[in-house]
Design a protein around this ligand. Structure first.
Ligand code: ZN
Ligand code: ZN
Length: 366
């Protein structure tokens, strides 16, 4: 067995420093595995939450679950991508963040992202072979049953990487709510997920997009991604009033929550019209309690929809949408600045996202 070594940045737990570590990179992979050289990794908000200790997490772990890379070696049985395109060494690819068994109850009931044997890149212990399972590393080994997607030549690495978590999740959320032609979509929170929600929501049939955030510069960004109205939040009752005014007292057809703040949920529900749908994607951490008057849900026939992760096909659909819309919205501008592939570089990238100085800071590991 021939073996090389490669570097990864390892998360050892909250309040412990990140560590740049050398691991053996086996070249004799399994027949259903793929060795990928990582070309670009973007930092997701949840990487930062993990680093800050907002949730229990397996360690040691190579974080990073939004990335693209180049096929270095294909296992003997890996022939095609998810769509049936032939895979070759040297191809640029992206892959689903989750790997599922395709056999359990959830896999068979349209919730593969909740598989009972779920594996999730950037969320696994990295002290066992084949070690490379996250984005802050020179290489990654894709395991059996990974859903792989060839990247079309028209799309840059920057346009694809954030789709692996943020973009695909937003698109799956809209689909789950049976998003269709409508008058008004409200987007609460204009980070990367919110900007995808603005652009995708408009492409999928919203006549007007209302974007809400606490940060003026993010609202300016939202306008570039299709927002027709922006609301700078001072207090919640003011924002509700503004949405009512824009919608001529009817309320919005859909509201998407991508703030991560449970305090926006109740006001968000108030912004809906009778029969409206509330799509919860952001306030994911345990303890995100909210109180709502159930009579409003019942009397107004409101639907509340939650989604975590995404079904792999939405990564393909998100890529296709970005391909269609790339000249209309500046998807590339979501990514950057770029930080060094070093302990300091990754920590600075985390700090940059945490302080809202950037939307998707990036690392180029190799
Ligand atoms: Zn993520
Ligand atoms: Zn399963």
């Amino acid at each position: 067995m021939s073996t090389n070594n490669a570097y990864a940045i390892v998360f050892n737990g909250t309040k412990k420093p990140l560590e740049k570590k050398n691991f053996p990179l086996a070249s004799d992979i399994g027949d259903n595995e793929v060795i990928v050289e990582i070309s670009l990794t973007t930092v997701c908000g949840s990487d930062v939450h993990t680093w800050l200790g907002h949730r229990p997490f397996p360690t040691p772990c190579i974080l990073g679950h939004e990335m693209v890379g180049k096929v270095i070696k294909l296992g003997a049985c890996v022939k095609n991508d998810f769509s049936g395109n032939k895979l070759n060494e040297g191809d640029r690819i992206v892959w689903s963040m989750t790997v599922c068994c395709k056999e359990c109850f959830f896999c068979k009931h349209n919730l593969p992202q909740k598989c009972t044997k779920l594996f999730k890149y950037g969320h696994e212990k990295s002290d066992v072979s084949p070690f490379f399972s996250g984005g802050f590393a020179e290489y990654i080994i894709l395991k059996e049953s990974s859903d792989i997607f060839k990247i079309p030549d028209e799309l840059s690495n920057e346009e694809v990487s954030p789709l692996m978590c943020a973009g695909a999740c937003v698109l799956n959320g809209l689909n789950l709510a049976e998003f269709a032609d409508c008058n008004h979509l409200v987007v609460q929170g204009c980070g990367a997920l919110g900007l995808y929600a603005c652009a995708f929501g408009k492409a999928l049939g919203a006549k007007k997009i209302i974007a809400i955030d606490r940060n003026e510069s993010r609202l300016d960004f939202a306008k570039e991604f299709g927002a027709d109205y922006t609301i700078l939040v001072n207090n919640n009752s003011e924002s509700i009033e503004q949405v009512k005014k824009i919608t001529k007292d009817q309320g919005a057809d859909y509201v998407v929550e991508v703030t991560g703040d449970p305090n926006v949920i109740n006001p968000g529900i108030e912004m809906l019209r009778v029969g409206g749908k509330y799509i919860l994607l952001g306030a994911i951490y345990p303890g995100s309690d909210f109180t709502v008057d159930s009579s409003k849900i019942i009397r107004n026939a409101i639907k509340i929809i939650g989604l975590h992760n995404y079904s792999p096909k939405y990564l393909k659909d998100a890529m296709n949408l970005v391909k269609q819309l790339k000249n209309k919205y500046p998807f590339k501008k979501l990514v950057g600045p770029n930080f060094d592939f070093s302990v300091q570089g990754v920590e600075n990238a985390f700090k940059s996202l945490d302080s809202k100085k950037s939307l998707r800071p990036s690392i180029i590991p190799s």
